[in-house]
Design a protein around this ligand. Structure first.
Ligand SMILES: [Ca+2]
Ligand SMILES: [Ca+2]
Length: 337
């Protein structure tokens, strides 16, 4: 039996019928989530969710309305100077800098491409027809319906697709329709650098990103507080449920969400935590960079790397459908660069 009513709402705009563990109210959900997290095996978690925790739900939490406003696009917030501990435990001073409020969107990247003629690495690979090249695409678990793009559903696995590019984020025959304000994906580190140079910004260092994300947490001493509120409600786009088997969609979004749909952090920025991983300029070796923040695929049972302190290494020339980026700008006296 299919487990997921996949995101029909993306096409229709209608509120989705969700299978969600909230039927007895928020307090119950919090207790249920904690109990579920104590159950060690994925199979048993799935059994408990299916038979005790999930009910059909036609109305979604009204507190999670999209906060996106067009003026936030390409706008920045100032992050004050401060100290952070580096990986060796040394205190590192982070000068003040400007942080882009949102992840770079498809609309923004489209302007860059139209003005420069830039071709991303994934697109170049596709032209070459190299079977070993392409961009990584996560195939969603089987569902009753294919999503609006008609992309194939899988069993919650990764595949390599030469047809998955920033223009076709869901793979073959998909388009950017309805995704204008979603973060651009299928971009490599070089693609992000090219955009940054054109836009007059740069990519953050790992420490800058982590410092800003820590400052933005609702509770500075709680690394989970950027993803879930006090009673366990999602406040960032991650994966609720058992990854990669099914997603309860407590946060509404199976994949990327439009930027700014979750609460603003204490810096005035959006989606540092979750939605898409974000490239940083910090290299771990000649071929990899650090990415930060986790994505819509981060679940408590598998990946909790939505914590600001968490880090992931990723090949610089390899793109996926859950990695994007945002820009920062250096503040030098009264000038920015
Ligand atoms: Ca989600
Ligand atoms: Ca993010």
């Amino acid at each position: 039996m299919p487990l997921l009513p996949i995101d029909k709402h993306r096409k229709t705009g209608a509120k989705p019928m969700l299978f969600s563990c909230v039927s007895a109210g928020e307090a119950f959900r919090s207790l249920f989530r904690k109990a579920l997290q104590r159950i060690k095996t994925i199979q048993l978690q799935a059994f408990v969710l299916l038979f005790f925790g999930c009910s059909e739900k036609s109305d979604f939490t009204s507190s999670l309305e999209c906060k996106f406003q067009a003026k936030d696009l390409a706008s920045f917030v100032e992050i004050p100077a401060g100290l952070i501990s580096d990986r060796l435990g040394n205190s590192l001073e982070v000068p003040k800098f400007l942080l882009q409020k949102t992840e770079v969107t498809n609309a923004q990247f489209s302007i860059f491409v139209s003005e420069t003629g830039y071709v991303t690495e994934a697109e170049t690979d596709a032209v070459k027809g190299d079977a070993s090249s392409g961009s990584a695409l996560f195939l969603l678990p089987e569902s009753e319906e294919k999503n609006s793009s008609g992309r194939p559903a899988g069993r919650g696995v990764w595949t390599l697709s030469t047809d998955a590019t920033w223009r076709s984020p869901y793979g073959p025959n998909s388009t950017l329709e309805g995704l204008k304000h979603h973060p651009v994906v299928h971009v490599t580190f070089s693609d992000a650098l090219a955009y940054a140079e054109w836009a007059g910004g740069r990519l953050p260092t790992e420490m800058e990103w982590e410092y800003a994300a820590n400052l933005g947490l609702p509770y500075p001493n709680d690394q989970d507080s950027g993803a879930y509120d006090e009673i366990g409600r999602p406040i960032a786009n991650t994966w609720q449920g058992i990854f990669p088997i099914f997603n309860t969609l407590d946060d509404r979004f199976m994949e990327t969400s439009p930027v700014g749909c979750f609460p603003m952090d204490r810096n005035g920025a959006f989606d540092l935590i979750g939605n898409v991983w974000e490239w940083t300029s910090t290299a771990t070796d000649s071929k990899t960079r650090v990415i930060k923040g986790g994505s819509f695929l981060c679940a408590n049972n598998f990946c909790k790397r939505y914590k600001p302190i968490a880090r992931q290494f990723h090949e610089s020339d390899f793109s996926t459908n859950h990695i994007g980026f945002r820009l920062v700008k250096t503040i030098t006296d009264h000038k920015t660069q």
